[in-house]
Structures are given as structure tokens and as C-alpha cells.
Design a protein around this ligand. Structure first.
Ligand code: ATP
Ligand code: MG
Length: 364
């Protein structure tokens, strides 16, 4: 394999604690991604060795007939990343479909998880319900939960910055890592999670790192903001679109003089997007007392705050429109770097599982 980069940047990255996280190309990124995960990623890219995966195979679980859209969304999400401040010189952005080690390890990990354990995963159950999949989902749908353990463990990270809904998936990942280390590396069952590698385990047991807002509610005021539920404010939305969507946030409150519940959806947004804590306290006090402050007033101020956050992102994004070349270059470099790490893990795992018959090299 050709080396993707050399020298100081690569050296600095490699000495840092490693994290992995990412997104499925089922649409563009939204404010939930920003508060739940991406803001944290931007902070961590200067102190950690960062891998950000575009889980494009997983998008097929619900969009098998939309391969062109999956491809287009993959490109758009990279634009969103760059617009939000992820720096491809610091962080490795890559495609799940270009990393063969992930898929090989997935097969092995599937043997370590009882079938019923996968199906009991509350995030899967929730997705089946919310996305209206009934009992018509493909075999690949629950398989994606196993695949996600592999997306993560292939990079042997210590931390995974995610939203709250991903915590059950991460628990599954932690179980797979423990089980692999116990079954194939002889790590005793009473060893603390943090000591697995010290005792010969291939995989560190990664921790979830949930952002400031673990579950931003959507404009419907009920469900998690989601790319696929029509309740999202996208990073790429125009000023007007943002205003229109925020005006629709549902609270059920009738009048400006009715004492309001500051634990409602609207104030979750206020908490997430107002930089000034004193202003938040003042608004909450008046709203709770019904001191002549309507939802419309709060929403107007909220839209201003959200637009102030998005404006520099829109500017950066506008510079990336028009051609896919830059995005493809970022992905190509990222995939080369990611494969170096992934192949090293695969080799370790194959050795541990007695699957190393002779050396094998990926070449580009
Ligand atoms: P889909 O509807 O296809 O599941 P999604 O909007 O849920 O899409 P994902 O790609 O599943 O987005 O999630 C990517 C990351 O963003 C995960 O870490 C997830 O926890 C986080 N995330 C997504 N939505 C929110 C949200 N509303 N609040 C906080 N974090 C979120
Ligand atoms: Mg999701």
C-alpha cells in the first residue's frame, strides 16, 4: 500500500489517543449532528487521532433502491464536515465501502454476538418503529448493528463521540471487544475494561462520549431530529428555511400569558443554541410565569441565534459547491490512511483467531 502521507502531521496524529465516529449517508447533516457529535469532533481533532467514517453500506439498509442518492448524500456530508470545521489534514475522513478489513471483521464479530442480543438492541427496535419498517426489513438491517461494532473496533479507538441514541450500539461494541479479547486473546473475564490491552487483548474497550445535547428533538417537538424523518434543520438550509422551520417547532402552548413549560422542545433548542446563559434564564423566567412572551417571540430570537451559528458554515460550504473534485481528493487520502490502520488491526485479529496463513497486502 502506498503511504498516504508522511512526516510531522502523520507522526503527531499517531501519538494521540484515538477516536472514531461517523454518519450514515441517509441525507444531509442537521443541527442534531452538530450538537450531538460534530462540534465535539471539531474540538477533538487537535488533540486526538480522529477517524470519521461515512457508513455508506449501512445506508443501503433502508435505501437499497436509491444507490445514486446514497452516493450524492455521501459527497454532501463531506461538504457538511468541511463547512462545519473538520480539517482533513488533522482528521481522517473515509468511506466504509473502501475498507475491506471492516467487512472481514464484521463476519467474525457476528459469531461473538447472540442473535437475540442484537435484536434486543433498543436503538434497532426504535428505528424499526419510527421508520415504519414493520417486519419487512432486510436481513441486512439488524446486521448493520453488528457492522457498526466493526466500523468502530477496526480502528481500535478509546472513545466514540456520539449522540445518545448510539449508546446501546456502543454497549454492543464494548461487549464484542470484551468477548473477542477473552475468546481469542486469553484475557481473563474478571479484567477491568481499561486493562484489556495490557493483558494481551487486541481491542481497547471504547467509551461513548456524548455531546452537550445528546438528543436534540426535531421540529415536530416529539422525535429525535433525524435526517430521514422530515423534522430536521439542515446545516445547508438557507436563512429563510431556518426561520420557517423554527417557527414550526411544536409546543402546544396557547397564549403569551399562559404559564409555559420550559422543559418543552422549544427551550431545549434555546438551551442548545443560545450562547448567553443570562438571556436564557431571563426568557425562561418570563415564559414560565406567562409574562406576555409568546412562542413566536422566542422562536424569532432562536432563529437569529441558529442563523448566526450557520452563517460561517454556509459561506465555507458555498466555496465547495460546483465540483466534487476536492471532496473526492479528501476521501481518497482519507481512505488510504484509514486502510493502513485497518489492515494493522485485521492482521492482529487474524493472528489472534488463528486465521493468519500467510501475509497479505492491500495495494492501491
Ligand atoms: P437516520 O435518520 O438515517 O438514522 P440520523 O439523523 O439519526 O439519521 P445518524 O447518521 O444515524 O443520523 O447519526 C450520526 C450521529 O449523529 C450519531 O452519533 C447520532 O447519535 C448523532 N445524532 C443524530 N441525530 C441526533 C440528534 N437529534 N441529537 C443528537 N445527536 C444526534
Ligand atoms: Mg440515526
Amino acid at each position: 500500500m502506498t503511504r498516504s502521507d508522511t512526516g510531522a502531521a502523520a507522526g503527531a496524529r499517531a501519538e494521540r489517543p484515538r477516536i472514531l465516529t461517523g454518519d450514515t449517508p441517509t441525507g444531509r447533516l442537521h443541527l442534531g449532528h452538530w450538537v450531538g457529535s460534530v462540534k465535539r469532533r471539531v474540538e477533538l481533532q487537535s488533540t486526538h487521532e480522529c477517524y470519521f467514517i461515512l457508513a455508506n453500506y449501512h445506508a443501503f439498509t433502508t435505501r437499497v433502491d436509491q444507490s445514486a442518492e446514497i452516493r450524492a448524500d455521501t459527497i454532501e456530508i463531506v461538504r457538511d464536515y468541511l463547512a462545519m470545521g473538520i480539517d482533513p489534514e488533522k482528521a481522517t475522513i473515509f468511506l466504509q465501502s473502501e475498507i475491506p478489513a471492516i467487512h472481514e471483521l464484521c463476519f467474525l464479530f457476528a459469531m461473538l454476538l447472540p442473535f437475540n442480543r442484537v435484536m434486543r438492541n433498543p436503538t434497532l427496535k426504535d428505528e424499526i418503529k419510527v421508520k415504519g419498517l414493520g417486519d419487512n426489513y432486510s436481513f441486512g438491517f439488524p446486521l448493520y448493528a453488528v457492522g457498526q461494532t466493526s466500523d468502530i473496533l477496526t480502528f481500535r479507538p478509546v472513545g466514540v463521540p456520539v449522540g445518545e441514541d448510539q449508546v446501546p450500539h456502543l454497549e454492543l461494541t464494548r461487549e464484542v471487544a470484551r468477548r473477542f479479547n477473552q475468546v481469542f486473546c486469553g484475557v481473563p473475564t474478571d479484567i477491568e475494561d481499561d486493562d484489556h490491552v495490557k493483558h494481551g487483548g487486541v481491542f481497547p474497550i471504547p467509551r461513548a462520549d456524548v455531546g452537550k445535547v445528546g438528543r436534540l428533538v426535531g421540529t415536530d417537538g416529539v422525535n429525535k431530529m433525524s435526517k430521514s424523518l422530515g423534522n430536521a434543520v439542515f446545516i445547508s438550509d438557507t436563512t429563510k428555511e431556518v426561520e420557517k422551520k423554527i417557527m414550526k417547532i411544536f409546543t402546544g402552548r396557547q397564549s403569551p400569558t399562559e404559564p409555559g413549560d420550559v422543559n418543552n422542545a422549544l427551550f431545549q433548542w434555546v438551551d442548545a443554541f443560545f450562547p448567553d446563559a443570562a438571556r436564557v434564564a431571563e426568557l425562561k423566567d418570563r415564559y414560565a410565569r406567562g409574562d406576555n412572551i409568546g412562542d413566536g417571540h422566542v422562536k424569532k430570537e432562536l432563529a437569529e441565534q441558529v442563523n448566526a451559528l450557520l452563517e460561517p458554515m454556509r459561506k465555507r460550504r458555498a466555496e465547495l459547491e460546483g465540483s466534487d473534485d476536492l471532496v473526492l481528493e479528501v476521501l481518497k487520502k482519507g481512505c488510504a490512511r484509514a486502510n493502513e490502520t485497518a489492515e494493522r488491526t485485521l492482521e492482529m485479529a487474524r493472528k489472534a483467531a488463528g486465521l493468519h496463513f500467510f501475509p497479505r497486502r492491500l495495494s492501491y
